[in-house]
Design a protein around this ligand. Structure first.
Ligand code: SAH
Length: 367
């Protein structure tokens, strides 16, 4: 981390402002007060505040948590991604790279990938982009040596980057536009007492909408994620200049498209995203076509989207599962069930995309 000390040059808070007291106020009360004082906030502001609180205050992963991700289902997932990285690095001429993961959760994918990369002769320095102090701690326990960053801005600038992002972009804030009879409006979050509810805010010019969607019927919702596109643009710029690649896996679609995909998960069940902000995982489906287009415009090569099931099959999940089952026959049924969950259950909703630097080889898995 190279961030400057945030307390430097800041006047000490006046005791009469009760700063500590403010921070201890529960998030729903703080948001309700902010909306009452200054008016409704955008869906993006609401989602950013809710998720920052949510991830900062818990480890949400696993059966006892709110949701489970592919690396938490089976070691095969991280191992195959590690082999994907090692193969690309080998065919690129074995340069000195930095290995980066965005939103590494418990560090499970990284641990499995690094073990597989190590067997292939690749042992790069590890950089994690992670904002949650709770998950940073879990990652440090799992990984030991790594550098942590608050954002992609402080990643190394002097070498190729191989960047992995699993279920990262879906947690970033989205903006929603809603169609009424009169036209398109920014969707906002209002508050009555302590109940949050979405409303149509100011009208926006039709020109801000992708052309094929402008005539969608009243009630239609269109999502964009300026935060995701911003991170993709930053990373694509670096990868084009420094060399390297990025692999992103998430659930999503090839947009632009109409649809409200904002959802809340708690204890593995859907919840109302406008209830108890900060206590559920808020996500939205990722528009892969828009992310790829952003990178391609900056000179990167784009690959995919391809279904997670196809991607893992091309990387050899079947022989890997067979080898694990042979090594531990008592676990064979569990390994087969995990493989099916990754390839079939999650296999089509989840998709993979990659970008590579010009001059780098095409990555495996996208044929
Ligand atoms: N990749 C992991 C975890 C997915 S959960 C897995 O597959 O298991 C989303 C992760 O992104 C968490 O680690 C969360 O703390 C992190 N995260 C969410 N918003 C972020 C942001 N704006 N910047 C950096 N990390 C973020």
């Amino acid at each position: 981390m190279t961030d400057p000390d945030p307390s430097a040059n800041r006047p000490s808070p006046s005791p009469s402002r009760k700063r500590e007291g403010d921070l201890e106020t529960p998030l729903p009360d703080r948001l309700a007060r902010a909306i009452t004082l200054a008016g409704p906030i955008s869906i993006a502001q609401y989602m950013a505040a809710a998720n920052a609180h949510y991830y900062a205050t818990r480890d949400p992963l696993g059966t006892g948590g709110d949701f489970t991700t592919s690396p938490e289902i089976s070691q095969m997932f991280g191992e195959l991604i590690g082999l994907w990285c090692a193969d690309l690095w080998d065919r690129a001429g074995r340069p000195d790279i930095a290995w980066v993961e965005l939103g590494p959760g418990r560090g499970t994918l990284a641990a499995d990938a690094l073990r597989a990369m190590g067997k292939a002769g690749l042992a790069p320095p590890v950089h994690f982009v992670e904002t949650s102090p709770t998950l940073r701690k879990a990652q440090a326990e799992r990984m030991g040596e790594a550098s942590w960053h608050d954002s992609v801005a402080t990643l190394p600038g002097d070498r190729p980057l191989i960047v992995i992002a699993n279920e990262f972009f879906d947690a970033l804030p989205i903006r929603q536009l809603v169609r009424t009879i009169g036209g398109w409006h920014e969707r906002l979050v209002a508050c009555q007492d302590i109940l949050f509810l979405p409303i149509a805010g100011k009208q926006v010019p039709d020109a801000v909408l992708p052309e094929p969607l402008r005539d969608a019927p009243p009630g239609s919702i269109v999502e964009t994620s300026p935060a995701s596109v911003g991170i993709m643009r930053d990373l694509a710029t670096r990868i084009v200049a420094q060399g390297g690649a990025l692999l992103a896996i998430d659930y999503g679609y090839e947009g632009p498209a109409v649809g409200d995909t904002l959802q809340a998960m708690r204890a593995h069940k859907f919840a109302n995203p406008f209830e108890a902000p900060g206590e559920h995982d808020l996500t939205a489906h990722v528009d892969f076509a828009t992310l790829l287009a952003a990178a391609i415009t900056l000179g990167a090569n784009g690959h995919g989207p391809t279904d997670q099931g196809m991607f893992l099959t091309r990387l050899g999940i079947a022989p890997r599962a067979a080898a694990l089952a042979q090594a531990a026959p008592d676990r064979a049924a569990g390994v087969a069930a995990d493989r099916d969950r990754l390839v079939e259950t999650m296999g089509t909703l989840f998709k993979a995309i990659a970008i590579t630097a010009p001059g780098w080889p095409a990555p495996e898995g996208f044929a």
